[in-house]
Design a protein around this ligand. Structure first.
Ligand code: NAD
Ligand code: WQD
Length: 348
């Protein structure tokens, strides 16, 4: 059992990972400013984790850019005396379009925030960190499936911030002994916990396909716009590697175990399924899960999109002993359970 600091732990991926980590017996301190989440998510995480988790989750409302908040988080914990052994760093901003309009805010939260966090880690004698990176680093991939050795060529400010933090982490790893770092490059995280109690709850109009489809299915929006029907794919719509958020959460536990079991490390790993699904396939699969067809219309391509992005996840399997276990059917069943039992997200 370790004491862990989870930044951004109230968010979509953070809340599912917090549950998996509590179930694995860890003690958690979550630091979140609720910029894009609700405290209700963590209340539900505790409810799902049950009485065994009692006293093992402490929540601090605060900002990763503020050193006093970071100091509070490193000093907090369920059992006084032992320090934070590792950090799982989810906190950040993630909307590609918004990052184009507000690059300085993205550099501040994602890059400056990560720099502050790493400085606080050093000050508190913690040198183990799992970082939320992204397949967005690969930009327009030359070939699919994409291995970690593919060129890092992000094409928007959000992607630039993720590349900058990966660079910062590799500089830190090279600067002194003792660092154990995993940069996990997520592909397209979707779905929800099978209970339907926690899930993705985007603010406003969803930017991403999966929450958009589920909001159409529940009647919050009229129809899905399919961005392009003329891509060089089997049915003309874009292909992505959708990964169930519970598989992703388990990937974090596997990365943490690998870091804690070894010496100095700098891992840079894809977390994906290795399987691609088109937009039209996802719409069809979601329709089967919810028992009604999802209205959709093929429109123009969205600027900045690639035709196909699919992970080569073989390194994660080799280095972490982890691979996805859930398929598109599970993703849609679980995503629908969350959406129809919480039509307005955590607010309902
Ligand atoms: P999310 O927005 O649901 O979660 C991020 C959390 O960080 C939120 O709870 C938010 O309130 C918190 N936060 C934001 N700024 C903060 C700050 N300054 N201080 C403290 N907390 C702050 O997003 P998510 O989908 O759970 O993503 C988590 C991480 O994974 C992000 O770093 C994101 O860039 C990365 N990622 C996400 C995806 C995806 O498609 N969801 C894909 C690849 C990588
Ligand atoms: C998936 C597919 C769209 C919406 C983004 C970020 C990436 C990562 C994951 C954080 C594409 C199509 C979408 C819609 C559509 N996030 N689409 N209609 O763009 O693969 O990746 O989220 O790191 O950085 O860029 O995900 O869900 O937006 O799109 O047809 O209303 O669905 O064109 O083919 P994307 P997405």
């Amino acid at each position: 059992m370790a004491r862990l600091l989870i930044t951004g732990g109230a968010g979509f991926i953070g809340s599912h990972t917090a549950l998996v980590l509590l179930e694995a017996g860890h003690e958690l301190v979550v630091l979140d400013n609720y910029a894009n989440s609700s405290p209700e998510a963590l209340r539900r995480v505790l409810e799902l984790a049950g009485p065994e988790a009692e006293g093992r989750l402490q929540v601090i409302e605060g900002d990763i850019r503020r050193s006093t908040d970071l100091d509070r988080a490193f000093a907090a914990g369920a059992s006084p005396g032992a320090g934070v052994e590792a950090v799982i760093h989810f906190a950040g901003l993630k909307a590609v379009g918004e990052s184009v309009a507000e690059p300085l805010r993205y550099w501040d939260v994602n890059v400056n925030g990560s720099q502050r966090l790493l400085a606080a880690m050093r000050a508190h004698g913690c040198r183990t960190v799992v970082f939320s990176s992204s397949a967005t680093l690969y930009g327009y991939p030359e070939a699919v499936p994409i291995p970690e050795s593919a060129p890092i060529r992000p094409i928007n400010p959000y992607g630039h911030t993720k590349a900058a933090v990966e660079k910062m982490l590799s500089d830190v790893a090279a600067s002194e002994a003792g660092w154990r770092i995993a940069c996990l490059r997520y592909f397209n995280p979707v779905g929800a916990h099978p209970s339907g109690r926690i899930g993705e709850d985007p603010n406003g109009i969803p930017n991403n396909l999966f929450p958009f489809i589920s909001q159409v299915a529940v009647g919050r929006r009229e129809q899905v716009q399919v961005f392009g029907g003329d891509w060089p794919t089997s049915d003309g719509s874009g292909v992505r590697d959708y990964i169930h958020v519970m598989d992703l959460a388990e990937g974090h536990l596997a990365a943490l175990n690998t870091l804690l079991a070894g010496g100095d490390q700098l891992l840079q790993l894809n977390l994906g399924s290795g399987h691609g699904h088109s937009v039209l396939e996802v719409i069809e699969a979601f329709g089967r899960a919810c028992g009604r067809s999802i209205p959709h219309q093929i429109t123009q391509r969205r600027s900045g999109d690639a035709a196909i992005t699919v992970a080569d996840p073989s390194e994660a399997k080799r280095q972490l002993g982890w691979q996805t276990r859930r398929n598109l059917h599970d993703i849609c069943q679980d995503g629908w359970r969350w959406q129809h039992s919480n039509p307005g997200g955590y607010a309902t």
